[in-house]
Design a protein around this ligand. Structure first.
Ligand code: AMP
Ligand code: GLY
Length: 429
């Protein structure tokens, strides 16, 4: 079948890499793609947020399956527009994408269907929000309800910080419309984990576990980012915990969405906080995590196209996924300054030397090819991914590959995988 992947990040490179291996894939396109994706797919110059342009392209090229990477086109209604044109897509409708597009919608769904999460209030009135913060006290979490590129969450340690965040969001409009409504949440502590399931409207098929590293610097210090590295499996996710998450969080959400008249299809990505072995939902995303997708794809042995096509057509009960036993670990290399201001256009050399290391795949994110050179074009630039017999071996290989890449203006965390390694050392004592 002819397939179009929408997006241009490391996640989309990993998806294209896995799709290109499928015997079911005839022609593979990516809009708009990046320099690495161009090795496995034909990149087309249509923005991921140009819904009409994407539908027109899909019609003209006889695309049979569209796989949408990021949340923005989903929230804009790309899947609905494709459906109206008779084109099959993997991803939720705009109504179902509200799970990520509106934290207020998500929290109300949790409340209605008894899905474990932090206690909360939602406010469009500034004075009411201030009164709620004063009543609850700190620490407390302030979230812009709409999409804010992962930046609309303030973990306020003091009441003053919380009030400042409300002022920024609701009065100064730092996040534009996304802050018209805020969700104020109880602060949860514990260990964070990501949980992914493919969903076809009714059936959920859990994927293997992965854990992200959100903070910019070693030791989980510094500002939050989109993710600086990940590994799979995540030891925190025991089979019992995974079952509990399926029973108390994933399946009730899918049933709830169907009951609300917006059945969910696509990847459901739950961000969880685990404390004393019990999961609570921090958020839902309506897409694969980035960089979690990179470690999932290198561990997947089954045919990705078959699985995503089954999810898009309500046949997930026919699919069984097979995964490699090895551990996968990805180190994100980012432009100096990320997640703040950074420069674009610096040259990356020696990528080939990294890619030839056994078990290593370098996924591109913010890159573009120009006159035979690879130049940077974004904040997160590469996802250096390695498979190893255990997390220590995967980590060694990934950093060996990182060290063979010549890119002066880049940086990465040097401690990706530390939690899993600390846990292994502890269990060996
Ligand atoms: P979100 O976009 O809602 O997942 O929030 C981004 C990050 O903020 C999460 O990955 C957590 O690290 C943190 N966070 C969000 N909500 C809470 C909460 N209620 N308690 C503690 N940390 C939170
Ligand atoms: N890595 C976290 C995310 O994709 O939201």
């Amino acid at each position: 079948m002819n397939i179009l992947v929408v997006g241009s990040g490391g996640r989309e490179h990993a998806l294209c890499w896995a799709i290109a291996k499928s015997p079911k894939c005839n022609r593979l396109y990516c809009a708009p793609g990046n320099a690495g994706i161009a090795d496995v797919a034909e990149c087309v110059a249509v923005s991921g947020e140009d819904v009409n342009g994407l539908v027109t392209f899909a019609k003209n090229q006889a695309i049979e399956l569209v796989i949408v990477g990021p949340e923005a086109p989903l929230v804009l209604g790309l899947v609905d527009a494709l459906a109206a044109a008779g084109i099959k897509a993997f991803g939720p409708s705009a109504a179902a994408a509200e799970l990520e597009g509106s934290k207020a919608f998500m929290k109300d769904l949790f409340a209605k269907y008894n899905i474990p999460t932090a206690a909360y209030g939602r406010f469009t009135n500034f004075d009411d929000a201030v009164a709620y913060v004063r009543q609850q006290g700190a620490p407390i979490v302030i979230k812009a309800s709409g999409l804010a590129a992962g930046k609309g969450v303030i973990l306020a340690q003091t009441e003053a910080e919380a009030l400042e965040a409300l002022d920024q969001m609701m009065i100064q409009k730092s996040f534009g419309d996304a802050g018209d409504e805020v969700v104020i949440e109880e602060f949860l502590d514990g260990e964070e984990a990501s949980f992914f399931a493919l969903v076809d409207g009714e059936t959920a098929l859990p994927l293997i576990s992965a854990q992200d590293h959100k903070a910019a610097y070693d030791g989980d210090k510094g500002p939050n980012t989109g993710g600086m590295g990940a590994y799979s499996p995540a030891p925190v996710m025991t089979p019992e915990l995974a079952q509990e998450i399926m029973d108390t969080i994933i399946q009730p959400t899918i049933d709830g969405m169907a009951a609300e008249g917006c059945p969910y299809k696509g990847v459901l990505f739950a961000g969880l906080m685990i404390k004393d072995g019990k999961p609570k939902t921090l958020e839902f995303n309506v897409r694969f995590g980035d960089p979690e997708c990179q470690v999932l794809m290198v561990r997947l042995s089954s045919d990705l196209v078959e699985a995503l096509d089954a999810a898009a057509t309500g046949r997930l009960n026919e699919i069984k996924l097979i995964w490699r036993e090895e551990t996968a670990l990805v180190v994100v290399m980012a432009a100096e300054g990320y997640p703040g201001a950074y420069e674009k256009g610096s040259e990356i050399k020696n990528l080939d030397q990294a890619n030839v290391i056994d078990g290593v795949t370098v996924f591109h994110a913010g890159t573009q090819a120009e006159n035979g050179k690879i130049l940077t074009s974004g904040g997160r630039v590469l996802g250096v991914t390695a498979l190893g017999a255990d997390v220590a071996e995967a980590q060694n290989k990934a950093y060996q590959a990182v060290d063979s890449i010549d890119w002066e203006q880049g940086f990465c965390r040097r401690d990706i995988g530390w939690r899993a390694i600390a846990r292994n050392n502890w269990s060996l004592d």
